[in-house]
Design a protein around this ligand. Structure first.
Ligand SMILES: [Zn+2]
Length: 425
């Protein structure tokens, strides 16, 4: 990161938050149930338990929302005892680079890895590496390779689900991603809580076993506040991943740390049970979420040389970024983020650059479409890999981007019409 946080923005967000808190105090009796998750401190309980009715229809932006859904929060089971608690690896002391010459770090990013039932049922065993074998050379050659794991990989023990609205994928999918050369898995998206805390914790455990780096979910409040940094060629790369929705699914009170969620201001489109389906569509972030994001970025900047942020945003099926995406990307770029990856629309949106006042050109891959899915529309079967090279100058601390491009991929359907695989081109 070559710039520091925009103090005016941070102070403005803090002011708005104070105004918001003041207003809530005054209006508290009227809006006693108003969610202000970001500003609420909570004791870290051992969070666990499954979210009941995992295949009940839920509102989702991945398809048509059923008309008769009920507020999922009201049906959550209380936290079960003896929950699995996944400990993140202890922080590693990293030594900043001392080389004189600029360092080149190649990067590749893939889109939504959304594992529908036909994808895993086509396999007799638990080795899914052939799903990605055709694009493996494009992935494993990069110094840093990223993918958005759209469906939670909670594993067979929780019961697999490969259909909307709630997914749970085999943990072997994570093994296949690791074998294909991915280093960094984004885990915050609108399906992260599909199988509750158990799904999140199970996925985290497998990711840790495989030695992958993830961002977006955490097994404890302290882990959620720990910046994610990887060391590549001596360069400390800070990673972060946020979602703008969990499809209206919320965990028990105090479990907000499970997934990094940024909340927009209310869209005003409320449904009978109070759920707000339009959170992906609403413009700007709430003051509390803005403050949280900028605080996170400042912490990440303090421990890394360059930063990459992945956002789960946008409108499904839309080939161009919306106003909310543009505003958020501008906020990230103006606060020193060096590259931005987007996911969720399930179709490809352009790769663009944002010019900052500090002279940086920040690449934004607004949406890379599906990496793998069994969705049926032709545009959902075409995706992209984002490629570029970070050129980091240890003398100045500045990062430049070279050779940025999108590379086409597509979902290949087997001759018998039942298997789905990622293919280049
Ligand atoms: Zn999504």
């Amino acid at each position: 990161m070559s710039t520091s946080l925009d103090k005016d923005t941070l102070q403005s967000a803090a002011r708005h938050l104070c105004l918001l808190c003041g207003a809530l105090l005054l209006l508290g009796p009227l809006f006693a149930c108003a969610p202000i998750a970001e500003s609420v401190a909570f004791e870290p309980p051992v969070v666990s338990g499954s979210f009941e009715d995992p295949i009940d229809p839920q509102p989702s932006l991945d398809g048509q929302a059923p008309a008769d859904f009920h507020a999922p929060a009201a049906r959550h089971a209380p936290a079960a005892q003896h929950a699995p608690v996944v400990q993140q690896a202890p922080a590693v002391q990293m030594t900043p680079v001392s080389q004189q010459e600029p360092l080149r770090i190649s990067f590749v990013a893939a889109g939504d890895n959304l594992i529908h039932e036909p994808i895993y049922s086509y396999h007799e065993g638990f080795d899914y590496s052939d799903l990605y074998a055709s694009v493996r050379p494009l992935i494993e050659t990069a110094d840093v390779a990223y993918v958005n794991q759209e469906s939670i990989c909670g594993g067979e023990e929780l019961g697999l689900s490969g259909r909307f609205p709630r997914f749970n994928s085999p943990s072997g999918i994570l093994d296949a991603l690791a074998a294909s050369g991915f280093d960094w898995v984004g885990t915050a998206n609108n399906h992260t809580l599909d199988f509750g805390a158990e799904g999140v914790l199970s996925q985290l455990a497998r990711i840790e076993e495989l030695g992958l780096t993830q961002s977006g979910t955490a097994a404890s409040p302290s882990a959620a506040q720990q910046p994610t940094v990887i060391l590549v060629q001596g360069v400390r790369i800070g990673l972060a991943n946020y979602t703008l929705s969990t499809n209206g699914i919320v965990g028990p009170p105090g479990s907000e740390y499970l997934v990094a969620t940024l909340t927009p201001r209310s869209s005003g489109l409320q449904f009978e049970d109070g759920a707000d389906q339009a959170s992906f569509l609403a413009p700007p972030l709430s003051p509390a979420s803005t403050l949280r994001l900028l605080t996170d970025l400042r912490q990440l900047e303090a421990v890394s040389d360059l930063q990459i942020v992945s956002m789960h945003w946008g409108e499904e099926g839309d080939h161009m970024p919306n106003a909310q995406q543009r505003a958020l990307a501008r906020l990230l770029a103006d606060n020193g983020v060096d590259a931005i990856i987007g996911s969720h629309p399930h179709v490809v949106q352009p790769l663009e650059f944002i010019a900052t006042a500090q002279g940086a050109q920040v690449p934004v891959a607004w949406s890379l479409g599906n990496f793998l899915s069994a969705q049926q529309q032709p545009e959902e079967l075409r995706g992209a890999l984002a490629h570029w090279t970070f050129v980091y100058d240890p003398q100045t601390g500045e990062t430049k981007i070279e050779d940025a491009r999108l590379v086409a991929i597509h979902t290949r359907i087997s001759a018998d019409d039942h298997g789905y695989f990622v293919s280049p081109g």
